[in-house]
Design a protein around this ligand. Structure first.
Ligand SMILES: Cc1cc2nc3c(=O)[nH]c(=O)nc-3n(C[C@H](O)[C@H](O)[C@H](O)COP(=O)(O)OP(=O)(O)OC[C@H]3O[C@@H](n4cnc5c(N)ncnc54)[C@H](O)[C@@H]3O)c2cc1C
Length: 264
């Protein structure tokens, strides 16, 4: 990454205008991922003066400023109890503490990284993103949106819900990217199942979700069938980390384990 100019902005309006002034201008959050690219940035926009690194707990939600680091989110006491702490657990699997002290929640979402261990658990929760101009959009809609217009992500809002969740990152070594990752949540009788690093971007297993959500009782047979449906409906791919077949089998195995876990 080459940065030609650097500006610490004083308002979201200034950040937004600067971002849209030149297509080579970009927000630099933790910069952990951007610095690995060969991109030329005309003006790097620094949001660090806008107090976007706060995590605020309200009656109904946790509002996480886009500049909060992954480590801040991982360590936030209230979030450790939400969805039985699945987000904290997932974040703790990302590299080491030095990277998590730098990488931000905002950068992790905007990047839509296909290997993400942040997006997979967030997708099975009730999450809204708040952008400066576009306003609020659900994480689910954001992930499938083709809108490429540039905006400033301000907050990530995780609604408080009485729900259980499960996350598993299959990785070859402790510091590696996921070969595949699986998150499942259960709120009352409704299940959500998301599979990421397939190796493409995280996706819901919608047919499997419909099947398990229609079942009168989640028996072992239902669990096995749900995993099979997910294995059939989701696309998996081969890369240097794993084959398509391996990923599919691993995902199905962890869907079964996850379902057994959340119905306990
Ligand atoms: C060596 C290494 C290993 C990693 N391993 C993993 C892993 O195993 N699992 C995993 O999930 N992640 C992993 N990551 C990714 C990491 O967790 C972060 O997701 C990533 O670094 C992006 O966060 P950042 O704050 O560094 O964003 P940056 O690199 O600063 O920015 C990323 C993108 O988001 C944009 N952006 C940032 N903030 C905003 C905002 N508020 N509004 C609008 N646009 C914004 C930037 O312009 C840029 O396009 C790894 C990163 C590194 C460097």
């Amino acid at each position: 990454m080459k940065i030609n100019g650097y500006q610490t902005v004083k308002s979201l309006e200034e950040a937004y205008n600067l971002l849209n002034e030149n297509k080579q201008n970009a927000i630099v959050a933790g910069g952990a991922w951007m610095r690995l690219s060969s991109k030329v940035i005309e003006t790097a926009i620094d949001l660090s003066g806008l107090e976007l690194d706060q995590i605020v707990e309200t009656k109904d939600a946790f509002e996480i400023g886009a500049m909060a680091t992954l480590r801040q989110v991982e360590k936030q006491e209230g979030l450790k109890n939400l969805y039985n702490g699945v987000l904290s657990k997932a974040l703790s699997k990302i590299m080491g503490v030095p990277i998590r002290n730098v990488a931000t929640i905002g950068g992790s979402i905007i990047g839509k990284y296909s290997f993400s261990d942040v997006l997979t658990p967030l997708l099975v929760m009730n999450v809204e993103l708040e952008f400066y101009k576009k306003g609020k959009i659900s994480l689910e809609d954001f992930l499938v949106s083709k809108d490429r217009s540039k905006d400033v992500l301000v907050k990530v809002i995780i609604k408080k819900e009485e729900a259980k969740a499960y996350f598993h990152k299959m990785q070859k070594t402790g510091l590696d990217f996921a070969v595949v990752n699986v998150a499942i949540s259960k709120k009352a009788d409704t299940f959500k199942i998301a599979v990421g690093a397939r190796p493409s971007l995280v996706k819901f297993a919608l047919e499997a979700m419909a099947f398990v959500n229609d079942a009168k009782e989640v028996t072992e047979e239902v669990i096995l069938e749900t995993a099979l449906i997910a294995g059939k409906e989701l696309k998996f791919g081969t890369n240097s980390k794993a084959s398509e077949e391996y990923r599919r089998n691993i995902a199905m195995a962890y869907i079964k384990r996850g379902l057994r876990e959340v119905i306990k």
